[in-house]
Design a protein. Structure first.
Length: 446
């Protein structure tokens, strides 16, 4: 084998020798690694015989599943990195149908330069926001490839806004990079979506839609009225937790503008949760199959929340790593330990030790939240739920004053939050714990 002397004089390096140096200094392939294929060439648009370009229809396909590249050599560290809820994959397992529906809806309206609304519902942790963002990401890639006209993407989250009216300011800032007051932002957005002219379509993602609800519902009315204007070219993807939120909470003039395009995300089954967990750690061979299945069944029986399942597996991985200096596998012992820690917090233990009528009050709060989709409700509505629950169960019905004392008692334990300054039945009340924790704590079979 010829050996080239890299310490020779620089002036002796002719272009051919320099090329030979670059060839020989290439790093050898790592054993067991796969060669990455180059990206597929972007198809070009062929002109017709009359000289007008044909419309390219976007191919509906999920990107290939791939895990993040390893940044550490320790399998436990890699597993903890992938099991964290902030770790995003290039595709979401078990949501192919929903992904295709969102992609088709938005892509068709961008091509036709029309507006529209899609209402997306589902309990927390079912992949609603992640699926929508994945579809938007593929549409943006199609724009870069020349397969789709350009569009603007704007995102607002009701949970991140200090006031529902701040939605106007946030939309205007992302759309035009202009700062304005609430009143000025409303007028500018009204003019932008009403004026006729050449402009790109706008895709607006409204997450946590229920938190934008106000008594007069002006924010919701403006949001769903703009897409109906002929020159708006506004496509709204609204996400909330309950399926019947438009019919139960919104006024008729708002729900009619929302339209009938609905997409419901069902809670994950244990098979789907098992696939989601396995897709992140399948190449590490760190989890026992029975342990993954046990976590999936446990979470599916309570809520079907994929984030909760990942959190349990993450904690089990930490316990297995601490035991025997991380030389074993994650098994049933570690999963049981993680479950005991996660479902044995002080608030869950406090709910388990509540009196029977305090538990009935908590169940009524959960029922009211599921009925309206709004986390905050009035004491009057919760009492009506409590009264109906007690009658169905054949228990003694209590008065409003006694129910108010129950609310005060739960508030002293920080399980619920009561609106200060008001001592009537119209005061606001909400849970200070997640509904999944309440369901688990009050489940007598657990």
């Amino acid at each position: 084998m010829d050996v080239y002397d890299y310490k020779s004089d620089e002036s002796d390096r002719t272009p051919k020798k320099l090329k030979r140096i670059a060839t020989r200094r290439k790093d050898p392939p790592i054993k067991g690694s796969k060669k990455l294929s180059s990206a597929a060439p972007v198809p070009t648009q062929r002109a017709s015989s009359k000289g007008t370009p044909k419309t390219k229809v976007l191919q509906l396909c999920l990107p290939k599943k791939s895990l993040p590249e390893r940044t550490v050599t320790d399998d436990f560290a890699v597993a903890k990195e992938r099991l964290h809820v902030s770790c995003s994959l290039q595709s979401l397992p078990c949501r192919e149908s929903e992904f295709a529906n969102v992609l088709t809806f938005v892509e068709c309206r961008i091509h036709s330069q029309t507006g529209g609304c899609m209402y997306i519902s589902g309990v927390p942790g079912t992949g609603k926001t992640a699926t929508v963002k994945q579809a938007i990401s593929q549409l943006q890639q199609a724009v870069e490839g020349g397969e789709l006209p350009e569009f603007n993407f704007v995102e607002i989250n009701g949970f991140k806004l200090t006031d529902p009216k701040q939605a106007y300011v946030s939309i205007l800032k992302q759309l035009t990079e202009q700062d304005a007051t609430v009143e000025h932002a409303v007028s500018l957005l009204e003019k932008y979506f009403s004026t006729k002219g050449k402009k790109s379509s706008t895709v607006l993602l409204v997450d946590e839609l229920d938190l934008l609800w106000t008594q007069k519902q002006q924010v919701l009315y403006h949001l769903f009225d703009w897409p109906t204007k002929p020159n708006a070219q506004l496509i709204i993807l609204a996400i909330a937790n309950t399926m019947d939120f438009p019919e139960r909470v919104m006024m008729n003039k708002i729900s009619s503008r929302l339209g009938l395009t609905r997409l419901a995300f069902q809670p994950y089954t244990f098979q789907q949760l098992q696939e989601i967990i396995s897709s992140r750690v399948q190449d590490l061979r760190l989890f026992e199959p029975d342990a993954v299945q046990f976590v999936a069944r446990k979470v599916a029986a309570v809520s079907g929340d994929a984030r909760r399942a990942l959190d349990i597996c993450l904690r089990a991985t930490e316990l297995a790593q601490a035991e025997k200096e991380g030389r074993g596998m994650v098994g049933m012992v570690h999963v049981n330990g993680a479950l005991q820690e996660m479902f044995s917090s002080p608030k869950i233990m406090a709910m388990k030790l509540c009196s029977s009528y305090e538990k009935f009050f908590l169940k009524s709060l959960v029922a009211e939240f599921r009925r309206t989709g709004v986390e905050e409700s009035s004491f009057k509505n919760v009492y009506e739920q409590l009264d109906g629950l007690l009658r169905v169960l054949g228990k003694e019905v209590i008065s409003v004053a006694v129910a108010m004392q129950l609310a005060y008692q739960l508030g002293s334990m920080r399980l619920v939050l009561l609106q200060p300054g008001k001592i009537d039945i119209l005061r606001k009340i909400r849970l200070n714990v997640s509904t999944e924790d309440v369901i688990f704590a009050l489940d007598e079979s657990v």
